[in-house]
Design a protein around this ligand. Sequence first.
Ligand code: ATP
Ligand code: LTN
Length: 333
Amino acid sequence: MDKKIILSGIQPSGILTIGNYLGAIKNWETMQDEYDCLFMLADLHTLTVKQDPARLRANTYELTALYLACGLDPVKSVLFLQSHVPAHAELTWILNTVSYPGELSRMTQFKDKSLKHADNINMGLMDYPVLMAADILLYQADVVPIGADQKQHLELTRDLAVRFNNRYGETFKVPEAYIGKMGAKIYSLQEPGRKMSKSDENPNGFVSMDDDEATVLRKFKRAVTDSGSEIRRGEDKPGITNLINIYSLFSGKSAEETEREFEGAGYADFKKRVGEAVAAGIEPIRAEKNRILKDKGYIDKLLSEGADRAAYLANKTLRKVYKKVGLVPRVKG
Ligand code: ATP
Ligand code: LTN
């Protein structure tokens, strides 16, 4: 039997946090043997908020190198830039004709980002989930690993697939979301009620994959904890729960094992140990990423090969879509 198809992506909009790593890339790495995987850099999506062009270019190389350093294998999986495969923009146009402004303006991310970027509420920001639907549907993906924050976009993708299939006949596979349990939401170290986010104004709230050991240790030392002194998970202990999750994911232990390990320990000691585990976990990744980054030619070549493999698959679906809606295929000669 053929393997199931997985597609996921991250926007190259800045240096990733350990939240992005634990919530996304770390899970992807382990999926590569079991599934046929496509890992995309959603560079077109980044343009929905203002980007500095030189920065965007640099971030794109950074994120590609990070994908590789985290163990995404360009032979086993297809690694590519969204903008290198024109079918993404082309299918977005077709899907726009079955999307309603009402449903798009109701998306939580659109509302949040409209508040945050009130000076730049553009059509792309509203159309963001339609482009994401195109990313997924083009590859007939079975499973889409995402963080909890992207669940609504996946539901819209499913709605659009079903709507299109109903109107034009069976064309798209209707994908399932895969939301990892513990890594699904890593919270801010300063405000454990909010998700850890790379665009947080307070850099102490997040740990970036580029932070050195001293910075990581300092950030965990300052992490907000809860009242009481026990190291256990609980709704009354959002700060400690978050730290337990982070420690467990980096050390490969279960949350129960972590609680047992730190029974009787103080908060300060625990935070130090979490910091050490995180620093030790990200250090080799950062070193490998920086090594890969030195050879842009290698990255360019790899992305070009990835784009060829992705385009081959995407164009098969796009041709089918064009035919279903009644566009006349070009006859050469
Ligand atoms: P921004 O802060 O710029 O809005 P972000 O940090 O939320 O961005 P995205 O590029 O939107 O990151 O997301 C990339 C991937 O990382 C997605 O799969 C997303 O669900 C996941 N992710 C983001 N933040 C977290 C988090 N705090 N915990 C777990 N997963 C996360
Ligand atoms: N919106 C996603 C990034 C993204 C994506 C995708 C994820 C763009 N296209 C397709 C999965 C599948 C985010 O994580 N912010």
